[in-house]
Write a protein that binds this ligand. Structure first.
Ligand code: ATP
Ligand code: MG
Length: 351
């Protein structure tokens, strides 16, 4: 049985504005024309934030949600958390429809970038703040020490929060959200303001928790290198739809095994026509590009399926073209390449 299952979920936000009302561009994600229409006609415009999303997340998975700003990640998480009702479609948690379910007993939602929310008293210590919150939630005090430790705040536990750096306040926010120890944890870009080593430790801990305790974690993020390293599976969202789901390696395999061979070279003569010449000599590779790096050096990039074969043919071809080779690097496709190709189309694959 899946931990979380969405079936054809849509969400339409309806915004209302009166004719001639002052408007703030920031409230109109679809841009100036929409804003102007509101101002002139006071029309009600609808925005479909989710357009038929179906997704299964298994128990114990560390699952990533990727996608550009406005693609619907937060909307999806809020619907699963029971904070926003879907317009249509169904959401099941451990096989049970969320309508009529006490969702908060199963799901913890950790919002991101809320540093210093209203619940925090700057005069009290981190420990005191968390204990007050734990009492409200009916959570034992032992859990306060656990979350402080988890967020690397134990040594600062008894300092007033007013003396904290903003990254420490951000970590305290996440600690507070994690007080409730639910089997499903939704994390919405929680690491804004974390320094890299804290962020790394946090992700390692989450993976550990998913593996050891069988918790299901759904994590929205823009950090593609973390996604590649930590998530069991990811869903890539674009304009309210899921455009790809799978493990990072499965998804990269779908992209095709193209690698990029990049040679830093020093031409001993004019470079005109070098790209065409290499294209002719390296027949069968997917692309060849030549660009100037600085006063002396140029870069030759070859996008190919078989890097060894390409290098073996590239070096003699360069020598014949009177070009010295300084270094050669091979870059295997990354999740970022896949993401960019899904979001922007094929053009970015070889870029
Ligand atoms: N309460 C709301 N009222 C109207 N429109 C909304 C509301 N919440 C979200 N939207 C719109 O729905 C779309 C999806 O927003 P959402 O916050 O889910 O995106 P996101 O993928 O989380 O983006 P980000 O990466 O910036 O956090 C956006 O166009 C957003 O403007
Ligand atoms: Mg968001």
């Amino acid at each position: 049985m899946a931990a979380v299952e969405l079936d054809n979920v849509t969400k339409v936000f309806v915004a209302r504005a009166r004719k001639g009302m002052r408007f703030d561009m920031a409230d109109y994600p679809s841009g100036f024309v929409t804003a102007l229409l509101y101002r002139l006609y006071g029309r009600t415009l609808q925005h479909a934030a989710l357009k038929g999303v179906s997704l299964r997340v298994e128990r114990g998975e560390f699952f990533g949600l990727l996608g550009p700003n406005g693609s619907g990640k937060t909307t999806l998480l809020r619907i699963v958390a029971g904070l926003t009702p879907p317009t249509s479609g169904s959401v099941r948690i451990f096989g049970r429809d969320v309508r009529g379910l006490r969702v908060h007993e199963y799901v913890t939602y950790v919002p991101g970038a809320l540093a210093g929310g209203a619940w925090v008293s700057m005069a009290l210590s981190a420990y005191e703040n968390l204990v007050a919150r734990a009492r409200l939630l009916g959570v034992p005090e032992r859990r306060v020490r656990e979350v402080l430790d988890l967020m690397g705040l134990s040594e600062h536990a008894h300092k007033p929060v007013g003396t904290f750096s903003s990254g420490m306040v951000a970590r305290l926010e996440v600690a507070a959200a994690l007080l409730k120890d639910a089997p499903i944890v939704l994390l919405d870009e929680p690491t804004a303001g974390f320094s890299p080593e804290v962020e790394l430790a946090f992700h390692e801990h989450l993976r550990e928790v998913a593996r050891a305790e069988g918790k299901t974690l759904i994590y929205a993020t823009h950090h593609l290198h973390f996604a590649e390293r930590f998530f069991d599976r990811v869903a890539v969202m674009k304009e309210g739809r899921v455009v790809a789901v799978g493990s990072p390696s499965e998804l990269k395999a779908k992209l095709g095994p193209s690698s990029t061979v990049s040679a830093k070279v020093l031409p001993r003569g004019p470079v005109e026509g070098l790209a065409e010449r290499l294209r002719a000599e390296l027949e069968g590779v997917e692309g060849v590009a030549v660009r100037q790096l600085d006063e002396h050096f140029w870069e030759v990039r070859v996008v190919c399926r078989d890097a060894e074969e390409a290098i073996t043919r590239l070096v003699p071809a360069l020598v014949r073209a009177n070009v010295l080779v300084r270094r050669i690097d091979v870059r295997e496709p990354t999740l970022e390449d896949l993401y960019l190709s899904l979001i922007y189309g094929e053009a970015h694959e070889a870029a």
